[in-house]
Design a protein around this ligand. Sequence first.
Ligand SMILES: [Fe+2]
Ligand SMILES: [Fe+2]
Length: 316
Amino acid sequence: MCALREFVTLVGMLTHDYRYETCLQGSITHAWTVDDCFQGRDFDFSKPFLPERIAGVNGIACLSDDEKRMLNQIRGNSYCHIFAFVEEYIVPMVMDRARADVYGDETRLWSLLRFAEEETKHQEMLRRACDQFAAGFGVPCGLVPGREAVAEAVLATSPLTALLLTSMIEWFTQLHYVEHVRDRGELDELFRDILRFHWIDESRHARLDSLLIDEVAASLKAEEREQAIDQLLELGGAVDGLLAQQIDLDIDALHQAAGRTLSRDERDEIRAHQRRAYRWTFLVSGLEHPTFVGIVGQLTTTGEAKIAAAARALAV
Ligand SMILES: [Fe+2]
Ligand SMILES: [Fe+2]
């Protein structure tokens, strides 16, 4: 029995050298406030907000250059909203993990409390971005409702599923900033800074996720870890449904901002391009992230093939 338990623990452990102590030190050393990020600035609406890899507007033949820029900005607004939306559950999830050993390792507890606090700060930053956007863009832009319901749905899955979703989000957040935003001087400076400040914390959170995954996965049976991947992919399907709703809201906002009627064919063309771009941004870039793929591969035997198949299906 003891040997079996040892085997389960070994299989559940991820390969890394992360420690709560270094995460805590990084959180203290690199602490920032929402005001540090905004510095009293407003968006420059003459510039795009998002890189083309995320916005996916350049190939839409029915739009003028001005309209493509407007759609890019609408996408910037929804990018902030959807991040705040999908991260809503992380605060209660991390606090539950902290409470699980509240009288134990104080460094662990402090790291996790700062993790939760930083996510609360992200919500404030992203909401402020959406408020400033609404004040400056000129026409109202619809944003998908129901963030608390989504948070409840995520928290109703297994703790490992919620942690895997978090890990995926925190790895793709870093990829978006480092590979697609950091060196793009043509993008709005404030928007780039919002993504930069977010990345500063997420790079640490991704390591904390792995530490928490180790703690949770160690006591799970192999089939429970496999089930977590199935649940993760179900959540991905629900996120895809939300993205489809947001695309139609974006097209409505573009119709108003451009001041012209978009024909059915034009809407269909925009929707097809945006579906690919949204799916890459919020699903595929996470499912294919090499570190996340490595995590899934270490936890399960079939998970890697399942997430690769899901990413391929979404990339069509
Ligand atoms: Fe965040
Ligand atoms: Fe985070």
